[in-house]
Design a protein around this ligand. Structure first.
Ligand code: 5GP
Length: 182
């Protein structure tokens, strides 16, 4: 069985693979210009951020390392608590950290993670997100690098899942409302 557009739950393609690739290349060049000569580490949260990070780091022509965290969130909305289930492999003290995100929605998860990372005394800490659902933001978060502003719809593909599936779509798509009701 093929997934993709033949699946009736998918509404339409919001961002094509080509549009994403062009934006990733652009973000990569901006990061190269800003981080040349620095000690860059890209961090993302598994599993969704892995896909963007893999493409982004290959468009950054600088020495860098990558590291990963995993979290679980429980509880609704603003009361939701985050637990780190896999921490970074290496210390970040004194390093230039770029937090790479697939999507920022309310911003609560990232806000928590930024607090945790800041306590580890990196030389700098910045955010690069592919997708920004900024109409849903509940906390004020500076975002240094943003790929696309996206509408308040449930998105799948390019790392984003529904029940673990569809991360491997090479584009970002919206689902029909009835598939995902908040
Ligand atoms: P926040 O704490 O910013 O509200 O939540 C961010 C996380 O919610 C993302 O890392 C992602 O896991 C999930 N998320 C937010 N919006 C979407 C979406 O449209 N589709 C999918 N698949 N996940 C989303």
């Amino acid at each position: 069985m093929k997934l993709h557009l033949s699946d009736s739950r998918i509404d339409r393609v919001l961002l094509t693979g080509d549009e994403i690739a062009a934006q990733v290349a652009d973000l990569g060049s901006r990061i190269v210009a800003d981080y040349a000569g620095r000690d860059l580490v890209l961090i993302t949260v598994l599993k969704g951020g892995l896909f963007f990070l893999a493409d982004l780091c290959r468009s950054i022509d600088l020495p860098l390392t990558v590291d990963f965290m995993a979290i679980s969130s429980y509880g609704p909305g603003a009361e939701s608590a985050v637990r780190i289930t896999k921490d970074l492999d290496d210390p970040i003290e004194g390093r230039d950290v770029l937090m790479v995100e697939d999507i920022i929605d309310t911003g609560l998860t990232l806000n928590y993670l930024m607090r945790v990372l800041r306590e580890r005394k990196p030389a700098s800490l910045a955010v690069c997100t592919l997708l920004d659902k900024d109409v849903r933001r509940l906390v004020d978060l500076p975002i240094e690098y943003r790929g696309f502003r996206v509408p308040d719809r449930f998105l799948v593909g390019y790392g984003l899942d529904l029940d673990g599936v569809w991360r491997n779509l090479p584009y970002v798509a919206t689902l029909h409302e009835e598939v995902w009701e908040r």
